[in-house]
Design a protein around this ligand. Structure first.
Ligand SMILES: Cc1ncc(COP(=O)(O)O)c(C=O)c1O
Length: 309
């Protein structure tokens, strides 16, 4: 449905890293599609094909007012000829509240706005059972596509590279993408994850997702052994950013033409450069996985009058 051929592996000459002798490559998953961008298609690919095979009517999923996942699900389902239902956090919202929600609705997504209290129940079994009863012919996708099939799709990112990097850098929210990447990681490579949420226990959350997916404790420990958490780059909290981060992203864009967003990839890129320089890493091969976030980034760039797109 969406070809990953557009996701090129781009070598970037970054002046900040010049003296260190490190080689930087970016896996440009942001180029897969403007709406189903970055890790979104990776996560949805096998879920959608399973739904089609099971002859279900469509999917039901969850997200906030600016959820890239809701948008990607709406557009991908439209393309696949499936129905989609989006359960949105905040009963004060409507489909007209912002452009992202409008686009979801125009793509045919049925939007249901619920209170924050009800939204907090989204992962509770009784609540999911209730929804499955109400929408019995719909496949339920957890928030952010955090599911086994999502992880399996993300595993394919590294398969489209020579996979001979010393360090791979990935922004982390639900951990689905980083878990997929961890599964495809060669022996000599270290996975550096950058959680964008404050106080997020990356390894515990990754272990939880691996655990739900049926992995044994030994396998989980092995998978996490080569994971390094760069935990000091959340810039205050999820969704927060600082003038310093925006300035950094603007400079990266001017020098490389690579667009970043301040919620995920901007923080991860900043973390990578900062960590590489302060840790004295030299003459290594680095891979940055560009996980998208294009629409959200564009909206913030316009709001802040910045040029990082
Ligand atoms: C642009 C972008 N990058 C990274 C992530 C984090 O990915 P994950 O939730 O799989 O950890 C997200 C959230 O899904 C995202 O929208």
């Amino acid at each position: 449905m969406f070809s990953t051929n557009r996701s090129v592996l781009q070598q970037i000459d970054l002046s900040l890293l010049n003296k260190s002798g490190n080689e930087l490559f970016i896996k440009r998953d942001d180029l897969i599609d403007p709406f189903v961008s970055g890790n979104k298609w990776r996560k949805l690919k096998y879920i959608i094909s399973t739904v089609i095979q099971a002859k279900k009517e469509g999917v039901l999923t969850f997200g906030g007012a600016y959820s890239n996942h809701l948008l990607a699900t709406a557009v991908a389902c439209q393309k696949a000829g499936l129905k989609s239902i989006g359960i949105v956090r905040g009963d004060e919202l409507t489909a007209q509240s912002n452009k992202l929600l409008q686009t979801c609705e125009s793509a045919g997504m049925q939007l249901e706005f619920i209170t924050r209290e009800e939204y907090a129940l989204r992962n509770e079994k009784f609540y999911k059972d209730e929804l499955s009863g109400l929408y019995s012919n719909f496949h339920l996708i957890p928030e952010g596509g955090a599911a086994y099939l999502g992880m399996i799709g993300c595993q394919e990112i590294l398969a489209e590279t020579p996979n001979d990097f010393d360090y791979v850098f990935v922004a982390q929210g639900t951990t689905t993408t980083s878990c997929g990447v961890a599964m495809a990681l060669p022996e000599k490579t270290t996975l550096c994850v950058v959680p964008v949420l404050k106080g997020f226990d990356s390894k515990a959350e990754m272990a939880k997702l691996f655990g739900y997916s049926g992995f044994s404790k030994e396998t989980i420990d092995e998978l996490l052994e080569k994971t390094l958490v760069l935990s000091d780059f959340h810039f205050g909290a999820y969704g927060k950013y600082t003038p310093e981060l925006l300035q950094f992203m603007e400079e990266i864009f001017q020098e490389t033409s690579v667009p970043l967003d301040p919620i995920y990839t901007g923080k991860a890129f900043y973390a990578m450069v900062n960590w590489v320089l302060t840790s004295g890493i030299t003459n290594k091969k680095l891979l940055f996985v560009h996980t998208g976030g294009i629409e959200g980034g564009r909206a913030i760039a316009e709001k802040e009058n910045k040029v990082f797109f």
